[in-house]
Design a protein. Structure first.
Ligand code: PMV
Length: 346
């Protein structure tokens, strides 16, 4: 334990032992448009989901927290442990190494309310919360760019070659336009609702990204055309989002879903949910995230959101969440979770 500041504080100030734990938070994210193509150089639009939070608590390992019973969705890791490291652990170990504390052993408990492997950015969000917790434990200020880099270190482990959209979105305070590693805040002038539906099927981002690469490599000229079309759709979506053109944005989402289907990342279950949302009156719908399972995102008029949610659950979604687009405008996003009609896990 080289130069452990927390330990120092405990030892040298018995009346005020100082913090023995650091706490960090982050959120889930949803990609509006640009998943997969963003890996190949297009922009993408994404936003954080604060009602699906992650909380991480970091303690010096000598505090002995191993006996705690963890709730479902919660997990623990210890830096420097033998065995393959998760994305959050890689991010924290890289942070400690950069601070010259690579030999320190820290226990991190991650309380994750984000369903795993559903395209909602759980790995990036857990890494973001864990790094923030360890930074607080050590009293370190971490610049936003550094935090992004650290989360990205973990994402490369979790996903292979990650574009950085997840790392950017889970650390953002509102919708972002992401292009080639840089995120900028976006204007939202839309009065509608987004309904997110969980297929209940976990998808592997690494597997999906590898499959898309194979499709694109098969015919480079066709790949260039597809990526150019994707860029046009994403650019149009940004205009529709700021200009409040819900119907046009829905059409754009459907066109992007067609591209994702060509790339091989949709599934019959996803197609069924997209159709159910449209039949219930949604402007448009598409998968969000890596696909091959995961979640579907539907855009709908606000008054139709409950019916669209019900239709999605009837069509097999295990749960839905509704995000008013007006809430995307402010820094404090809000998300109202709808009651799942039935909870089944496949
Ligand atoms: O892991 P997911 O489902 O949140 O998706 C990440 C988005 C991808 O474009 C599929 C991969 C990437 O690195 O951008």
């Amino acid at each position: 334990m080289n130069g452990h500041p927390v330990r120092e504080r405990i030892r040298h100030n018995s009346t005020d032992p100082g913090p023995v734990a650091g706490v960090g938070h982050s959120y889930a994210k949803a990609i509006l448009l640009g998943e997969h193509t963003v890996v190949h150089g297009t922009p993408a639009i994404a936003f954080p989901l604060p009602a699906l939070p992650v909380r991480a608590v970091a303690r010096p390992a000598f505090a002995g927290t191993e006996a705690d019973v963890l709730a479902a969705g919660h997990f623990r890791f210890r830096t420097g442990e033998a065995g393959s490291a998760s994305g959050p652990r890689v991010a924290v170990e890289e942070a400690l190494r950069r601070w010259g504390l690579g030999d320190d052993i820290v226990d991190v408990v991650v309380e994750c309310d984000i369903p795993l492997a559903r395209g909602l950015g759980s790995s990036a969000a857990c890494a973001g919360a864990a790094v923030r917790a360890v930074a607080e434990l050590y009293g370190r200020a971490v610049a936003p760019g550094t935090l992004y880099e650290l989360v990205q270190c973990g994402e490369q482990v979790a996903h292979g070659r990650a574009s950085g959209i997840d790392a950017s979105a889970v650390l953002a305070s509102g919708p972002i336009w992401f292009h080639e590693g840089t995120a900028r805040p976006m204007t939202v002038g839309l009065d509608a609702a987004l309904v997110i539906a969980d297929t209940g099927v976990p998808g592997s981002t690494q597997h999906a990204v590898a499959g898309v690469r194979r499709v694109l490599d098969r015919d480079r000229a066709a790949a260039d055309r597809l990526l150019a079309e994707a860029t046009d759709l994403i650019t149009a979506a940004a205009t529709d989002l700021s200009g409040g053109h819900a119907a046009a944005l829905g059409t754009t989402m459907l066109a992007f879903q067609r591209l994702l289907t060509e790339l091989g990342v949709s599934t019959p279950h996803i197609d069924t949910l997209v159709t159910a949302a449209l039949d219930a009156g949604a402007y448009g719908a598409k998968l969000t995230g890596a696909g091959l399972g995961g979640c579907v995102l539907a855009l709908t008029a606000t008054d139709l959101a409950p019916a669209v949610g019900t239709a999605l659950r009837r069509a097999g979604a295990v749960r839905t969440w509704t995000v008013p687009t007006a809430s995307l405008r402010s820094d404090a996003l809000s998300l109202s979770a709808s009651r799942p009609e039935r909870e089944t896990h496949r």
